[in-house]
Every structure is written in structure tokens, then in C-alpha cells.
Design a protein around this ligand. Structure first.
Ligand SMILES: *[C@@H]1O[C@H](CO)[C@@H](O)[C@H](O)[C@H]1NC(C)=O
Ligand SMILES: *[C@@H]1O[C@H](CO)[C@@H](O)[C@H](O)[C@H]1NC(C)=O
Ligand SMILES: *[C@@H]1O[C@H](CO)[C@@H](O)[C@H](O)[C@H]1NC(C)=O
Ligand SMILES: *[C@@H]1O[C@H](CO)[C@@H](O)[C@H](O)[C@H]1NC(C)=O
Length: 554
């Protein structure tokens, strides 16, 4: 093994050797000379940034390792799925896989050779097999958020295929586009029925089988999926409906690209979300709202979103970011990007990270809990108590997935004149520089994530452990209900329809046993331990660092 210099955040790690220097498995064919990373000079530099940039090759290699381990350990090609995942987490994992292939394809283009062809082809076949492995019929009956992850999943696959086809003309993956596009469209149609104007003046309902709960995630997903449909759905002419009886509602009408109905839904969705008072004093999105006095006997109570759940989850800070990036591209309205920059700054600050942004100024990583982490490392509250459910184990990876999408370079020419917008040179540069400084934070998180790998290269969920183990467990914020980690809460009268049996979406979620025992040999083996969801987290944060630091030039 080649030993590399100690890198960022070494100030905080006690081990003499950085995790960056310990790739889990060196892949054949990935030798050190394969990448020349272009770093432009106008960006803000700090000593930490310099050393992280110098390490681009290693980040890339770790990303491929995380991907290889994810697929060899958790995927079963013979059934075309990750058997331990549940429907929605598998959709997220498949999205992360496809995005990683897009990143690898871009890196191959930079180096001018195609040494990763076999990696791309091999894992694209996993993507495509999951089109058939996915239980589309069961997802139809789940909550609206579950449905929307599926729309995002297949749109992301289409983006990757189109990119690959642009550099490798007539790439075999294009034959899947109509099918993928069809599923994305049908699921968007299904989810759009969750929009409701009777309560709270608009917004999506989370789960039709529970009392009305208008939550951040479903609304952010609807915005991001809608604008993604507008921008990247190529349309399809498959008119096979899911159920014959539904044929008039969905499936029967062919889809077309850049349908303005999607953009309209995204704009309305965001206008509502912005007015909904869904953010707290730190600028972070809380989880959602119940309606006071709403009950079974026909009373809609106040009809307003007035009973707020203060719970903070990482993914609620992420999904909207791809939507804001898309809304900017679809409308040219800069305020969407500005909202994204603000949210990202608030998230970084809530992990205790502060940096003036001035060249050579030191980064400060606060040792106090800052709302969403400490020492600059993002955490789910359940990470340190070892009580994360399958849902929560997926969240941090989702945050980085959407952060990365937000940071995609802004185009200087409209991709589809008349339908999409371009950036000025100045805006493009500002966006890139902003994202590069965020990349430093992402790389700090990637390093923390790498430190959780076990002997098989499996990532754990509590990235901050080696930095924060000596601090006390955190308690929930006031008036916060952590229903994502304790599914039994969803059977209480505040959440459930009286006298109705509970939905598949409730019973399908797995709560974790809490285990506060820090003396366990490996804290990341507590509770659900290492899973395909936590592997997806490791993969996503590595990819995010590489993309944000612009280690491949675009
Ligand atoms: C794929 O590439 C071929 C050859 O360049 C091109 O004709 C075709 O339109 C592309 N297909 C898609 C879906 O991008
Ligand atoms: C937003 O919600 C918080 C928490 O419920 C509440 O204290 C605050 O007054 C609300 N703000 C507005 C403008 O409604
Ligand atoms: C409906 O339920 C609410 C609260 O549960 C109660 O105050 C009200 O009297 C009920 N109305 C009817 C018509 O039963
Ligand atoms: C830009 O978007 C914001 C919503 O974020 C909206 O308030 C504003 O009116 C829009 N500006 C234009 C010119 O459409």
C-alpha cells in the first residue's frame, strides 16, 4: 500500500495516519497516474483546501471502492435488487449508484481513456435489472414520499444514460430510456394526487392512510421531482396503464418533454413551502405540521398547519436543494439559488463549521453540538444513540446526493432554448466557488465517514464518532417527535385514523433497538449496524466531495 500524506482535519484525528491513506481495496487498473486534476486559480484557497485538492485521486479511488463494496456485499443480481433494502431505500440506493456512474463517466472523459468502461457497464446492468427488481406495484400503495423517490430515481438514471451516450455515441443504455421515463411519469402522476388545497392553503400530504401531516420531505420531493420532470424527462409514448380501471387517470396519455404542468407544480410547491413557516431559528427545516383539532368525525379543526413537529432530520435539509437548482434553470430566477446558498450555509453552521471564506483563514470546527452535528460533521440525532431506523440510516446520503445536484455547474448556454436558462459567466463562477468551499466541508465529512469502515470496507452510520465520542448523547429538541426512529408513535391518536388498521407504510418501517452502550467494540455495529443504506451514505459523501471540489473539470 502506498502511504500518502496526512490530509484535512488531521488536527482533530488522533491517529497519526489519515484514513485517506488507507483505501480499502486497490482496484486493478486504477493506478496513480490516471488522473490529472485541473484546479483553477480564482477560487478561494486555504491550507486545508490545498491539501484536500492535492488528494483528489484518493477521493476518487475511495468512491469506487465504496461502490464496489456496496454492490458486491448487498446486491443480488439474480433477483435484481438489494434484498435488505425496503422499497424507498432501494430507490435511493439505485439513485446513488446511477449518480456515481455519471461521475465515473465524467472522470473517464477527462482522462481521455475509457478505463472505467467495464465498471460503468457492469453497474449499469445492476441499475437496469432493478427496473424489474423494483416492486412498483407495492410502491403505488405507499406514502407519497415513497412514490416520489421512485420518480427521482428513474430521472437520474436517464440523466446518466444521456451523458454516457453523449460521450460514447449510441451507447446501449439508451434502449432503457422509454421504460425508465414511463415509470417516472406514472409515479409523478400518482404522487400529484397528494396535493391538497383544503388544509393549510396547499401543500402535499405525507401519507393518505394517516391523519393529515404536511411535512417537509414530501413537499420538497414534490418540488424537486416536478422540476426534474420538467427539465429532464424525455417523455415516452408507452400508453400501458398500471390498472385498466385507472387508464383515464394515468398511463393513457403519452408524456412529452418540458411539459409546463411540471414547472407550474414545482413553482406552486415552493411558493407554498416558503410561506409554510417550516424552518426554525437556525434556518433548518423542521419535520412538518399537524392540524389542531382535526378528527375523524368530520371536523377539520383549525384547517391550518399550526401544530409543528420541531424534529430535525438531515434529509429535510437536502432534497429541496436539487429542486432549487432546477427552478433556477427552468426560470432564470436567481432567488432560488440564493435560497439554496442560505440553506447550505445554515446546515454547515449547524454542524459547528465556520469559515470566513477568506484565503488562508483557518476553519473553525466547534466542539459544541450545533443542532445538526459538531466538529463540522453532520449527524442524525439517532446516530449517537445507536437507534437509527432503516429510514434514518439513509438520510445523510440523501443530503449529499441533493447537495451535489445543486452544485452542478451552471450552463453558459441554455440547454433547451426557450425552455431553460443560462447563467452569466460571473454567476457560473460564483456558484462554482461557493460549491468548492462547501466541498471542503463535504471532504471533511467524507473523511469522517471513511473512518467508520470495518474490516470488510463497510461504512457505519455515525460518522462523527471518532471526533465526538466523549460528549454526551443529545436529547431531542423541544416539541420534537422522532417518529422516523420509533414507528410505534404512528399508531397513536395524533397520527392514526381511529379504528383503522395501519398502513403498509407504517408496518413496513423498521424501528431500531436503542443501544446506548458506548463500550461496544464498534459503535457502528449497534442497533441496525452497517447496512446498504449506510454504504450509500459513504458513497454519496465521497462523490459529493469529488464533484464539489471540482476535481474533475467540467
Ligand atoms: C445517442 O447517441 C446517438 C449517436 O450520437 C444519437 O443519435 C442519439 O440521439 C442519442 N440518444 C439519446 C437518447 O441521447
Ligand atoms: C413559526 O412556527 C413557530 C413554531 O411553531 C412559531 O413559534 C412561530 O410563531 C411561527 N411563525 C409564524 C410567522 O407563524
Ligand atoms: C368531533 O370531535 C371533536 C374532538 O374530537 C369534538 O369536540 C366534537 O364535539 C365532535 N363532533 C361531533 C359532531 O361529534
Ligand atoms: C423569483 O422567485 C421568488 C420566489 O423564490 C419570487 O418571490 C419572485 O417573485 C420571483 N421573481 C420573478 C421575477 O419572478
Amino acid at each position: 500500500m502506498v502511504h500518502r500524506p496526512i490530509l484535512i482535519a488531521c488536527l482533530l484525528t488522533s491517529s497519526a495516519e489519515s484514513v485517506w491513506s488507507q483505501p480499502w481495496a486497490i482496484q486493478p487498473g486504477l493506478d496513480d497516474s490516471s488522473h490529472q486534476f485541473v484546479v483553477d486559480s480564482e477560487s478561494t484557497r486555504s491550507p486545508e483546501l490545498e491539501s484536500t485538492l492535492a488528494n483528489g485521486k484518493t477521493i476518487f479511488r475511495h468512491m469506487i471502492d465504496a461502490l464496489d463494496v456496496m454492490q458486491s456485499h448487498y446486491y443480488e443480481l439474480w433477483i435484481g435488487t438489494w434484498p435488505s433494502a425496503i422499497d424507498w431505500t432501494a430507490a435511493v440506493v439505485n439513485t446513488a449508484l446511477s449518480s456515481a456512474l455519471g461521475t465515473i463517466a465524467r472522470a473517464s472523459k477527462e482522462t481521455g481513456d475509457d478505463q472505467y468502461s467495464s465498471v460503468i457497464n457492469k453497474y449499469f446492468s445492476h441499475n437496469a435489472a432493478y427496473y424489474f427488481g423494483e416492486d412498483a406495484f407495492s410502491i403505488r400503495n405507499e406514502a407519497y414520499d415513497d412514490i416520489l423517490w421512485t420518480t427521482l430515481e428513474w430521472l437520474e438514471n436517464i440523466k446518466t444514460i444521456e451523458y454516457r451516450n453523449s460521450t460514447n455515441p449510441s451507447w446501449h443504455g439508451v434502449q432503457f430510456i422509454p421504460g425508465f421515463s414511463h415509470r417516472a411519469r406514472l409515479f409523478w402522476d400518482l404522487a400529484s394526487k397528494g396535493w391538497d388545497n383544503d388544509l393549510c392553503g396547499g401543500g402535499m400530504i405525507w401519507n393518505p392512510r394517516l391523519l393529515p401531516y404536511k411535512n417537509t420531505i414530501t413537499n420538497q420531493l414534490f418540488i424537486s421531482a416536478s422540476v426534474a420532470m420538467y427539465l429532464s424527462s424525455p417523455g415516452d409514448s408507452i400508453d400501458f396503464p398500471f390498472l385498466a380501471s385507472d387508464s383515464q387517470t394515468f398511463g393513457a396519455m403519452p408524456g412529452r418533454p418540458h411539459d409546463p404542468k411540471y414547472l407550474k407544480a414545482a413553482i406552486e410547491g415552493y411558493t407554498w413551502l416558503k410561506k409554510s413557516n417550516m424552518t426554525n431559528a437556525q434556518g433548518l427545516y423542521v419535520d412538518g405540521y399537524h392540524i389542531k383539532g382535526y378528527s375523524q368525525n368530520g371536523s377539520i379543526g383549525t384547517g391550518k398547519c399550526d401544530d409543528r413537529n420541531e424534529m430535525i432530520y438531515t434529509y429535510n435539509q437536502g432534497v429541496i436543494l436539487s429542486g432549487l437548482r432546477g427552478l433556477w434553470e427552468a426560470t432564470g430566477n436567481r432567488s432560488y439559488l440564493d435560497d439554496g446558498y442560505d440553506l447550505i450555509r445554515d446546515v454547515m453552521a449547524s454542524t459547528g463549521w465556520s469559515w470566513s471564506g477568506e484565503p488562508h483563514s483557518p476553519i473553525h470546527k466547534s466542539s459544541s453540538w450545533a443542532g445538526l452535528g459538531q466538529y463540522g460533521i453532520i449527524e442524525e440525532l439517532c446516530d449517537r444513540s445507536g437507534s437509527c431506523s432503516q429510514d434514518s440510516q439513509t438520510f445523510k446520503g440523501i443530503f449529499f446526493q441533493h447537495l451535489t445536484q445543486f452544485c452542478e455547474p451552471l450552463p453558459l448556454e441554455a440547454k433547451v432554448p426557450g425552455k431553460t436558462h443560462a447563467a452569466s459567466r460571473l454567476l457560473r463562477t460564483k456558484h462554482k466557488d461557493f460549491c468548492k468551499t462547501v466541498g471542503l466541508w463535504a471532504a471533511h465529512n467524507a473523511e469522517a465517514a471513511l473512518s467508520t469502515r470495518d474490516a470488510s470496507g463497510l461504512f457505519g452510520t455515525w460518522w462523527g464518532y471518532s471526533y465526538a465520542a466523549k460528549t454526551h448523547p443529545k436529547s431531542l429538541p423541544d416539541r420534537a417527535v422522532d417518529y422516523r426512529n420509533d414507528a410505534s408513535i404512528l399508531t397513536t391518536s395524533k397520527w392514526a385514523h381511529a379504528g383503522k388498521s395501519h398502513s403498509t407504510a407504517v408496518t413496513g418501517r423498521q424501528a431500531a433497538e436503542s443501544n446506548g452502550d458506548f463500550t461496544t467494540a464498534d459503535v457502528n455495529d449497534r442497533g441496525r449496524g452497517r447496512t446498504v443504506e449506510t454504504q450509500q451514505g459513504g458513497l454519496s459523501v465521497l462523490r459529493s466531495s469529488w464533484e464539489l471540489l471540482n476535481l474533475g473539470s467540467h
